[in-house]
Design a protein. Structure first.
Length: 203
């Protein structure tokens, strides 16, 4: 079983768990939260167990931090929907691991009685292909939205739009790693571990 829950990314001089939005989640919440290695400049990532995050929390977090933030809704480490929000209320969204997203989003025919049998048919594969093509067509706009959001956060993208489009089309066994790579590509300061890996790769 992979991870299902949310990855929350924002900047604050204080720990993100001190944000008022987390006060109502109950004392057991900390047992279901893992803090990723922070990035320079106060950028933090929280890995929250399933059931902790609510949709309205993103705007509350942006208001509390005064900076853009994003959240990835992860399912079984195989697919994620990333939503970013800036301080002016502009949003962007992008799916990670598009093949898995297509399988998740494809609509089953109304006349199907047994979904498992339909999934073994060529019609299912064709439906997956159509949905994958739809998602792929949205990638350029999604990448542009991500880059604009990152610029409002005051970072300079380490790569141009083709690189971000490549990340949005990439496939990773663990989608959490793809989310981390996307943040790197958008120009956010890398963690010390990531920076060491980059130096080793280029040396």
């Amino acid at each position: 079983m992979g991870f299902s829950g949310h990855l929350v990314f924002a900047r604050s001089e204080r720990p993100l768990l001190e944000a008022p939005l987390f006060n109502s989640t109950g004392p057991r919440m900390r047992d279901d939260v893992h803090e990723w290695q922070p990035r320079p400049g106060g950028w933090q990532t929280l890995q929250l167990g399933q059931g902790i995050w609510e949709d309205e929390y993103l705007s509350a977090l942006v208001e509390w931090t005064g900076t853009p933030a994003c959240v990835a809704d992860v399912s079984d480490s195989s697919v994620a929907l990333v939503t970013g929000l800036d301080t002016d209320g502009h949003r962007w969204q992008a799916w990670l691991n598009l093949d898995n997203a297509a399988a998740l989003l494809v609509e089953e025919p109304e006349d199907v009685d047994d979904v498992s049998l339909w999934m073994a048919t060529s019609e299912f594969e064709e439906a997956i292909g159509h949905k994958r093509a739809e998602l792929d067509a949205e990638v350029p706009a999604d990448a542009e939205g991500a880059l604009t959001w990152a610029s409002t956060a005051g970072v300079q993208a380490a790569a141009k739009q083709p690189r971000i489009e490549g990340l949005l089309r990439a496939r990773e066994t663990f989608v959490e790693e793809l989310f981390d790579s996307l943040l790197d590509g958008l120009g956010f300061p890398e963690t010390a571990h990531s920076a060491r890996q980059s130096q080793e790769t280029t040396s």
